[in-house]
Design a protein around this ligand. Sequence first.
Ligand code: DI6
Ligand code: FE
Length: 392
Amino acid sequence: MTLLLTNARIATMDGGYGLTHGSVLIEGDRIAAMGEVSVPGAEVVDCGGRLVTPGLVDCHSHAVYAGSRAGEFEARLTGASYEEIARAGGGILSTVRAVREASEDDLIAQSLPRIDAMIAGGATTIEIKSGYGLTVEAEMKMLRAARRVAALRPVRVVTTHLAAHAVPPDYKGRPEAYIAEVVLPSLRAAHAEGLTDAVDAFCEGIAFSPAELEPLFAEARALDLPVKLHAEQLSDLKGAVFAARHKALSCDHVEYIGPDGVAAMAAAGTVAVILPGAFYTLRETQAPPIEAFRKAGVPMAVATDLNPGTSPVASLPLAMNMACTLFRMTPEEALLGTTAHAARALGLTDRGSIAPGRLADLVVWDTDHPADLSYRIGWAKPHARIFGGRLA
Ligand code: DI6
Ligand code: FE
């Protein structure tokens, strides 16, 4: 099957926009060639001068979950803080209750509308974390549901084990025991079933300290799984320094990171995943140190962090807009953040840019200007989508 996109404004996203005008030739599920190519017999899609980008990569989401947290949204607007709600047994733990009660099929059914919204925003690869089960079986259920999403929708799914997301009530005050008795066994079981591509944890005062996470990252290394970390979202526990020591693919949130964390990430080649949806929803005031990341050469990704508590955001273009407006990232950085740098945050080299040999996951946008993807609030929509070499 040969597909030829013609008259395209191509943002290759190789180090920057890398704009060129011409055609993209797709053979099978891969990009075969670019430039002024013409191939007899190919199915031709005239892009009419529109922008073509790599399919967007959402490298941080909690899109598979059950239940609703709309009531907490209302409570926060009348004064309760996110941490107060969490300490009172709401927050993450209220979603945990809903996930434990849901069957795997129900979990998928409740999650598909969110997946569809992510796809509608231009995503062709999405990362999905566990972390709302907090028992061996419920974590496995989440990861199985996440894997099944890829068979139900035209999207690639990367799964991440996040059992170290919160301490469940039956382990209250005993985080080490929870790690030893639930997190490590669930990671081994998930790995044995091929259910997880990476290991993540929430390093925070309301969750786990670096010392408590040491056995988890040691186990990840033993299983040859890459690690990443929710680090420095609400305070500076030196999670980034810890994660960089374990050669983490990414540190995510990083609002409160210090110069030591930035330097450690730069030395380890760790990506900073910027999550403005959570910052916006929590009405945080401390922005991540974008200029320090730039100066140190730390690649920045941008993701939705789609989750029921702190970031009910499904659209990557909206996250890009927030990254620009709230954090002064440039639209070029924001697009690198949802393409090349997001792929890197997942340890993937076969996508995130347009070049021969890459996966033919592409989006044709209803604009010819790449900054429009960040600039337009709520109406940066794909005109067409190519997934695995086919219009989908
Ligand atoms: N950081 C977050 O922002 C989300 N998880 C995390 O580790 C919040 C998840 C939730 O509130 O349900
Ligand atoms: Fe998150």
